[in-house]
Design a protein around this ligand. Structure first.
Ligand code: NAD
Length: 477
């Protein structure tokens, strides 16, 4: 039997990781404390009349750091939401935005609610009321605090929040920029829903382009055929698993969900599994897969890459020594506790830390916010002009070829690709890819250049803390 253990709180874990990185830096006296602490947390309790009686809900919005404004961070709907969790997530947002160079401070919010226990029209009432409470305190605003989706929320909730904000501030021409992750027709941006999972894919591609990191993880070759285990088939886990399997040839050998885990050593079809989940409410009885009721056991399977994409604290002192994957990608926020992290590091496991691995969501949220402020979609002005210039070049090449008698012809495939101007989705993916590649190389360089930096997580914190410290310096602190 395993020895009993107590887990550090989520905030303790984040703070310990921060402190470890800060101890390797030469920060001005008091600055470490200033960056680490959470500036403020607002707790609200409000009542909504539903099903013939008043139900009281508790909501949070925590602002970790305002070195850049607006501050940015998701809104989580879950019964587990609490102040410690929201503050840990807000801190991670500050570090994440700094790491991928977004002009935001960190914030996070949550509502203690089980979204599956309420009908859509009831959830809408709850969400609109929560938005009103946030708006009264300027905790939602295009220039000061911009929420986004997180666990238990998505486009639908963001549309309600944006609409509620607009009704409260009809004179604000930038009202759409008060929330990101909105549906496309309500001021959202192409590629936001897939963004976090897409970012996980781009992060993994960069690992496979970086021999020294790949070697450290004991992996080789390409993503093709790599055996992957995913925990959580929600927004992040689904898109990551789908793209890795259908576009890079990875094999998703197991998916762990609330009701258990399904496994197939030849790989699961992720789109079919998602349809099965929508139809039945869980992964159990998915055709062609074996089932394990103890879901967390799937984390311990023999595999190449483990992607926890559900929730925090799932790898800890009690199970870290049974994790077989050599590469763990923290698609969720905080899936590994500080103690679990220490054990994995000693075992030589390579970890892509949350502040990097799941930064795709906030990166594309940034693009959406910019789009809303500029009131025009990306590519609208230049797309046809770009196509016309490309057509000019192709026509000239063909004319020259005919004129000189060389007889060169451009392949149809090339022409089609080259002639087409980029649409918003392509531009968003390009910007996301660039962001994930650049941040990865910055982390890898910090680790390579300083032998005291033990892992990519510490390197990521160092890059982020340096940038926040510079911002505070510019503010005179
Ligand atoms: P989601 O609600 O869409 O999906 C979460 C999934 O995890 C669901 O399918 C749920 O059934 C499953 N799950 C819940 N408890 C589980 C358990 N005990 N075992 C296995 N599966 C379980 O949430 P999401 O938006 O995909 O977020 C997942 C994680 O990614 C969170 O940590 C979130 O903070 C982080 N994240 C999300 C985004 C985003 O853009 N949505 C961005 C960055 C980070």
């Amino acid at each position: 039997m395993n020895a009993p253990f107590t887990q550090p709180s989520f905030r303790d874990s984040v703070d310990r990781m921060f402190t470890q990185a800060a101890s390797l830096m030469d920060l001005a006296p008091g600055l470490e404390e200033k960056i680490r602490v959470c500036n403020s947390t607002y707790v609200v309790r409000f009542g909504v009349r539903l099903r013939g009686e008043i139900h009281t809900f508790t909501g949070y919005r925590s602002v970790h750091s305002e070195h850049h404004e607006p501050v940015k961070g998701g809104i989580r709907y879950s019964l587990g939401v609490n102040q410690d969790e929201v503050e840990a997530l807000a801190a991670l947002m500050s570090y994440k935005c700094a790491l991928v160079e977004l002009p935001f401070g960190g914030s996070k919010g949550g509502l203690t609610v089980d979204p599956r226990a309420w009908e859509p029209n009831e959830l809408e009432q709850i969400t609109r009321r929560f938005t009103y409470e946030l708006s009264r305190r300027r905790l939602i605003s295009p220039s000061q605090n911009v929420p986004a989706p997180d666990m238990g929320t998505g486009e639908r909730e963001m549309a309600w929040m944006a609409d509620a904000y607009k009704r409260l501030h009809p004179e604000d021409i930038n009202a759409r920029a008060s929330v990101t992750g909105k549906p496309l027709r309500l001021g959202g941006i192409a590629g936001r829903v897939e963004a976090t999972g897409r970012g996980v894919q781009y992060a993994l591609r960069e690992v496979f382009r970086t021999p020294e990191v790949l070697e450290r993880a004991g992996l080789s070759g390409s993503l093709e055929g790599q055996r992957v285990v995913v925990q959580g088939l929600g927004n992040v886990g689904f898109h990551a698993a789908k793209f890795l399997s259908t576009e890079d040839g990875a094999k998703i050998i197991a998916v762990a969900e609330r009701d258990g885990a399904v496994m197939n050593p030849d790989g699961l079809n992720i789109a079919d599994l998602q349809s099965h989940m929508h139809a039945t409410g869980g992964v159990k009885d998915f055709p062609g897969a074996s089932f394990e009721a103890d879901s967390v056991k799937a984390l311990e399977l023999d595999c190449d890459i483990l992607i926890p994409a559900a929730m925090e604290g799932v790898i800890h002192a009690g199970n870290a020594d049974r994790i077989h994957a050599r590469l763990v990608v923290e698609a969720a926020n905080g899936p590994i506790t500080a103690e679990g992290d220490e054990i994995l590091r000693q075992r030589g496991t390579v970890i892509l830390p949350d502040l990097y691995a799941n930064a795709g969501g906030v990166t594309v949220s940034y693009f959406e916010w910019v789009k809303n402020l500029q009131q025009i979609s990306f590519g609208r002005l230049e797309r046809r002009q770009e196509e016309a210039r490309h057509a000019l070049l192709v026509e000239e090449l063909e004319r020259l070829s005919a004129h000189t008698g060389l007889g060169w012809t451009l392949s149809e495939g090339f022409k089609q690709k080259y002639l087409r101007g980029a649409d918003e989705l392509e531009l968003v993916r390009s910007g996301l890819d660039d962001t994930m590649r650049t941040a990865f190389q910055q982390m890898a360089t910090v680790q390579a250049e300083d032998s005291r930096v033990p892992d990519l997580r510490t390197a990521a914190y160092i890059v982020a803390i340096r940038r926040i410290a510079t911002s505070y310096g510019a503010l005179g602190l």
